[in-house]
Design a protein around this ligand. Sequence first.
Ligand code: HEM
Length: 161
Amino acid sequence: MLDIDEAEMQRMHMSGADSGQMQRHQHDQHVFHTLLERHQELHRELENLPNGIRTVTTSDNPELAALITEHAHVMHRRLQEGFGLRYWDAAFAEIFARADAVHMDIRNLPNGVETIETSDDANVVKLIQAHGATVSAFVREGFAAAQRESPLPEDYQRAVT
Ligand code: HEM
């Protein structure tokens, strides 16, 4: 386990996460670690829309395709529940803080997912586009990208101080 993951588990424990949540997080972590580890077998297209993004994330490997699909739905659910993660990275703290202004539609494909993520709030649109670029960096570079902080646009107005 990476140091940053260890710190995350500790943070969750301290903030009163119950054992069910800890187990869920451990499972989710295992899924995105596998995706990061095998990033060279993934493909991703990202298109910025006036109000958000459209993404297509796939793999020719059926096992990885199933993990992409699972991950996208699970993260959507965690956004709706406010069950955040990666708080040390402002872009992730922000997306969970502004989840009420994020709309996400996920369409399952035979080899992954297509997502449309939008907002009516122009500031949140910037955040969604930054997130889309972060996921693309994860696909391109794997753990090397996951270990650094994700960039946010300079003119983005933070909700978390
Ligand atoms: C190669 C690795 C990864 C892949 C292929 C992947 C894929 C995806 C996809 C397809 C989505 C739906 C939105 C979109 O398409 O942009 C998504 C959302 C999300 N992912 Fe990942 N992900 C990866 C790594 C991670 C990691 C390392 C984390 C956190 C530690 C993470 C956390 C999230 C969260 C919080 C969302 C929902 C908010 C958002 O849309 O950005 N993902 N991911």
